[in-house]
Ligand binder design. Structure first.
Ligand code: SF4
Ligand code: SF4
Length: 139
């Protein structure tokens, strides 16, 4: 059977309780997110980590998360790090890894350990997004 990632739409990846989980966002994404937030009367906080990347500081649920419908309310406009999750990318090395914080990943960990280099097949959409970001980091 072919293993394919299927998001459960659980609550976890839009809830933040520790700085290591904060989304990494590009400079232009900071501006876009701030614009979207200001239309809703929300103030967002970011810390610059490199010339191109920022950490989006979120304490608790993301302000764009609809808890009742369990959906992101800015789906098309959400940052790359959200689009590629549960894949993570090291912004210094470009290395891609899989987050065990994801419920689907946690439930398929044994299968994932045995698939070798076919992460790109399991996480097809997410891998495509990660690849674009990787190309940008390496440019
Ligand atoms: S932008 Fe959307 S996907 Fe990203 S953390 Fe917020 S609610 Fe979740
Ligand atoms: S933790 Fe994983 S399964 Fe749950 S919403 Fe996030 S990506 Fe989907």
């Amino acid at each position: 059977m072919v293993l394919r990632f299927e998001c459960y739409h659980c609550l976890h990846c839009c809830f933040f309780s520790t700085p290591v989980d904060y989304p990494v966002v590009l400079r232009e994404e900071v501006n876009r997110l701030k614009d979207l937030a200001s239309k809703r009367g929300i103030l967002l906080n970011f810390i610059q980590v490199t010339s191109d990347f920022y950490l989006w500081i979120i304490d608790g649920f993301c302000p764009f998360y609809d808890l009742r419908r369990r959906r992101c309310t800015i789906h098309e406009l959400k940052p790359i790090s959200c689009k590629m999750f549960p894949l993570l990318i090291n912004i210094e090395t470009g290395e891609v890894s899989v987050s065990s914080a994801c419920d689907w990943v946690a439930g398929h960990i044994d299968e994932l350990m045995n698939i070798g280099d076919s992460i790109s097949n399991v996480f097809q959409n997410e891998f495509r997004v990660a690849l674009n970001l990787f190309r940008r980091i390496k440019a």
